[in-house]
Design a protein around this ligand. Structure first.
Ligand code: KG4
Ligand code: ZN
Length: 358
């Protein structure tokens, strides 16, 4: 069983071909550089760039895999949530190939791509507790099976990756902010500034990062003669301390809410063994180390995708496509790309697929 997966929901144009043995036969990825000057992803620029590059990315994939398009069994594409112009480009490319090759099309929820990514390189079995942390999403979920999720909590404002990006922008560190903050934080003192932990006492699994970001802004303002962040003159050590404190506090908020979620998970899903992290922010080594500790303290096995499969990539879409295809969860060719698509709302399935009609 061989599946091609296409990813184009944000600023990575990517594709990969995987088989059921978890072998990556071919992959290609282009990170769009055009957004750097804007401090964030510009949707229209992203969509045009996906359109320009998608064909050659798919072609490179087949070349690396040294197989013909006829050899694949299904074509998957991230079909939402995401920047809709880009999502449409990937979905149209996948549907066109599916029609031309007479193979099934599999609409993959981009978040399901992140959610199942840890299963490519680790033996993670269902059910597992998942922290999904990216630029657009920050959720705690139970992954019960392919297509079956229980969402325990979510951010009520900024996603944690978004907070990393916004803090980095305030500090003049460019986009994406996460890797830059992580690097600078290495030489910082994480106890220098006390930052707020919004929602941390609330009796649910929700998170909030907006107040934390504002508190960092207030600190940066004190380094500016006129309060304008662009005029802030921050000595290198202070910069490192701010980054370290932000990273430490954001991680602590995630860990504290996860601790609560672990209690629920263990009670409701006594067979569950794994705590998994995924999404772009899961590349953060400090966060990974804290989650490892949390898992150890609670007798869970910690699993995370290799760092290159945390940020957006084609392999996770191809793999999620394969997991769906294996269950016969293919999608109708009139599937409409979805700008919003919570993981606990299932994709319509092609008539006869998995016993469910569209
Ligand atoms: O999953 P992803 O590639 O795209 C979305 O689906 O959003 O995640 C991108 C996000 C960005 O906000 C980026 O700053 C963050 O992941 N990120 C990190 C790190 N690497 C990427 N955040 C913290 N530490 C990192 N090392
Ligand atoms: Zn993503």
């Amino acid at each position: 069983m061989i599946v091609l997966g296409i990813e184009s929901s944000c600023d990575e144009t990517a594709a990969a071909i995987v088989n059921y043995k978890k072998e990556i036969l071919g992959e290609a990825l282009l990170s769009q550089e055009e957004h750097k000057a804007f401090g964030g992803v510009v949707p229209e620029i992203a969509a045009r760039s996906h359109l320009e590059h998608i064909d050659s990315i798919i072609e490179q994939c087949f070349k690396k895999a040294n197989i013909s398009p006829k050899d694949i069994d299904a074509v998957a594409a991230a079909s939402g949530p995401g920047l809709i112009g880009g999502v449409i480009v990937g979905v149209m490319a996948a549907k066109a190939m599916a029609i031309a090759l007479n193979k099934p099309f599999v609409a993959v929820n981009h978040l399901e791509g992140h959610a199942l990514a840890a299963r490519i390189s680790n033996d993670v079995e269902f059910p597992y507790l998942l922290l999904l942390v990216s630029g657009g999403h920050c959720q705690i979920l139970v992954v019960k099976d392919v297509d079956k999720y229980e969402r325990l909590g979510t951010t009520i404002d900024d996603a944690v990756g978004e907070a990393f990006d916004k803090v980095a922008k305030m500090l003049g560190l460019g986009y994406p902010g996460g890797p830059a903050i992580e690097k600078i934080a290495q030489s910082g003192d994480k106890t220098r500034f006390t930052l707020p932990r919004p929602l941390i006492g609330s009796n649910d699994y929700n998170l909030s990062f907006s107040g934390l970001k504002t508190a960092v802004r207030k600190i940066i303002e004190t380094y500016s003669p006129d309060g304008n962040l662009a005029h802030a003159n921050i000595p290198a050590q202070d910069m490192a301390d701010i980054c370290a404190c932000f990273q430490y506090t954001a991680t602590d908020c995630l860990c504290r809410k996860l601790k609560k979620a672990i209690e629920y998970f263990k009670k409701q899903y006594p067979n569950g063994k794994h705590l998994v992290v995924s999404g772009g922010v899961a590349s953060n080594v400090y966060l990974r180390s804290q989650l490892q500790k949390l898992a150890d303290e609670n007798n869970l096995i910690f699993a995370a995708p290799p760092i290159r499969f945390c940020t957006d990539n084609g392999v996770m879409i191809a793999w999620a496509g394969l997991e769906r295809f294996r269950k016969n969860y293919t999608s109708p060719l009139d599937f409409k790309p979805r700008p919003r698509w919570p993981l606990d709302i299932n994709a319509p399935k092609a008539a006869g697929a998995g016993g469910v009609k569209a």
